[in-house]
Design a binder for this molecule. Structure first.
Ligand SMILES: [Fe+2]
Ligand SMILES: [Fe+2]
Length: 292
């Protein structure tokens, strides 16, 4: 890892902190023309049923799904903080990696508080993770070696970054949320630079088997994230009839959208260390619908 580069990242984080309390115009209420999630990212847009929804139902769908997305981020980042704490204990306190992780953790804690505040402001009711999500989240966090967890984290960061970019660049989106995603994008950008440079050294040393395992860890992490957003309960909340059937369609629709919109960066990353091979490519196609 390039020590000078990491020191530069630490310096930016210290000297230019972005404080959610002041960076985001929390006092602004949503305007009548504002939406909460770009329509393209909602699970039903693109399906015929979407055209039968009333404007209020569309707005509410975006609000509930956005809440679900940021609640998932907050949970994932909280888990990652747990891992960072444990990992830092293995590094000397004056080690540059330790120093950066302290900065990252400070920022991640602020993000979690920011997401919670946004959820409150939107009157959101996040749906809890499934037991399976909880199990895999906690299990992998506890037992996977550090290099695998960093692989997982960078994949989630790259995917959520795309998501945030869609929201922050769409002028129709409620301005509190745009600023929130702006802040997140800037700070996560630095985390991604750090983690990628850390992973370069891991993947350089990795042989076929390890690269295959890395690839699977990333694939599963992305699958994990994707399946936390679309929830049947949300369709019930907004008064859609036959919610279970709609859920099935929505999950399929969202899988396709996710493959089209969110995977380019991560595919490029995995490809850069030859993570696609005969043992992994088929799974990426099947599970994520990725064109690899
Ligand atoms: Fe974050
Ligand atoms: Fe991060």
């Amino acid at each position: 890892m390039d020590v000078k580069e990491v020191e530069r990242l630490i310096k930016i984080s210290r000297e230019h902190p972005l404080m959610p309390d002041t960076y985001i115009p929390w006092q602004e209420e949503p305007q009548p023309q504002e939406i909460f999630l770009p329509e393209i990212l909602t699970s039903l847009q693109g399906l015929e049923i979407y055209n039968t929804l009333t404007p209020t139902q569309k707005l509410e769908l975006g609000r509930h799904e956005l809440v679900q997305v940021i609640a998932s981020y907050a949970w994932g980042e909280c888990l990652f903080c747990l891992f960072m704490t444990r990992h830092m204990l293995t590094l000397p306190v004056d080690n540059v990696e330790h120093q950066f992780l302290l900065r990252e953790m400070i920022e991640e804690l602020r993000h979690q508080e920011m997401f919670a505040r946004a959820i409150k402001q939107l009157g959101g009711k996040p749906i809890k993770q499934t037991r399976l999500h909880q199990f895999f989240g906690e299990f992998s966090n506890k037992y996977l070696p550090a290099d695998y967890l960093f692989m997982g984290s960078v994949s989630v960061e790259l995917v959520t970054d795309v998501y945030g970019n869609h929201a922050r660049k769409n002028p129709q989106v409620y301005q509190v949320l745009r600023k929130m995603f702006d802040l997140h994008n800037i700070e996560e950008g630095r985390h991604i630079v750090f983690t990628k440079s850390l992973l370069k050294s891991y993947s350089k040393k990795a042989g076929y088997i390890k690269r295959t395992l890395y690839s699977y860890v990333i694939l599963l992490n992305i699958f994990f994230v994707r399946t936390m957003y679309v929830k049947q309960e949300i369709f019930e909340r907004i008064g859609i009839e036959n919610a279970p059937a709609v859920y099935k369609l929505a999950a399929q629709n969202f899988k396709q959208k996710f493959a089209d919109k969110c995977l380019d960066d991560i595919i490029e990353f995995v490809d850069s260390w030859k993570g696609f091979n005969g043992a992994t490519r088929w799974a990426w196609r099947l599970v994520l619908g990725a064109r690899v």
